[in-house]
Design a protein around this ligand. Structure first.
Ligand code: FE2
Length: 251
């Protein structure tokens, strides 16, 4: 992989854990915080998706978005066809089986390194929704105090992808993420408001609730590694904050 250009950097007015936990597993904010996608016909999942939430030891997390059958046909995360033989050569049958219907993957390597790969060129226009292009980005959430985070983001590109694919991938990424990306700044605004709300007189005396999905049992069809669930919930946020609490010595 090659890194495209220098990292994009900016400072947001939120605690770094909000960003890391969001990438770890906050699927429930997609239809609200990023509701413009569905409203404008730019949501590649058609507003519906299935997937896995998984976490491994030490608080590492990922959430995998899979297309509903027949909704979006961009196999292998919209990678260019000339790269597929390489995938088939290096990945196991189980890995290929998981990867083929993927339309998005996001996650956090504990504590503050997150990654994101989204297929479909719908960030450019609704007309390009089925275009088989994706982008891969990583970001570092660098704490700058209780209420500030410095974000570093990188865009990765396979050097063997066709030039048209690279151009479209980069355009999608810049339209949606980074300091001028509409998707990413949806989040930054929310995290800033959450941070401000949590410092209020009432919020200081309340416990945050991460109880969604307490009763959910692990998926029995996940080939591993880690523990995976097929249901929506605060599953990965709990894995993230459990590890954070252990590391802070507050078990
Ligand atoms: Fe978001």
């Amino acid at each position: 992989m090659e890194v495209v250009g220098p990292p994009l950097r900016w400072v947001g007015d939120a605690n770094w854990t909000l960003a890391a936990a969001n990438f770890a597993g906050d699927a429930s904010h997609l239809p609200t915080a990023h509701g413009y996608g569905a409203a404008l016909g730019m949501d590649p999942s058609g507003g519906r998706r299935q997937g896995y939430f998984l976490h491994t030891a030490h608080g590492h997390t990922a959430n995998l978005g899979l297309a509903m059958p027949g909704v979006l046909d961009t196999p292998y995360l919209g990678l260019p066809e000339n790269l597929l033989p390489e995938l088939e050569q290096h990945l196991t049958a189980e890995q290929l089986q998981i990867l083929k219907p993927l339309i998005s993957i996001a996650g956090t390597v504990f504590p503050n390194f997150s990654f994101l790969d989204i297929s479909g060129a719908s960030f450019l226009s609704a007309a390009a929704i089925d275009q088989p292009v994706s982008f891969l980005s990583a970001r570092q959430w660098q704490p700058r105090g209780v209420g500030a985070v410095e974000v570093w983001t990188w865009l990765f590109m396979d050097p063997h992808a066709p030039e048209w694919w690279k151009d479209t991938s980069r355009a999608c990424y810049l339209r949606a993420f980074g300091p001028a990306g509409n998707h990413e700044q949806d989040d930054m605004e929310n995290w800033g408001e959450i941070n401000a709300g949590l410092r209020g007189a009432t919020a200081r005396h309340l416990d945050l609730q991460f109880r969604m999905g307490l009763e959910v049992t692990p998926a029995d069809d996940w080939p591993g590694p880690g523990t995976a669930y097929r249901t929506f919930g605060d599953l990965n946020e709990r894995a993230f904050y459990d590890e954070w609490r252990r590391r802070m010595g507050n078990v």
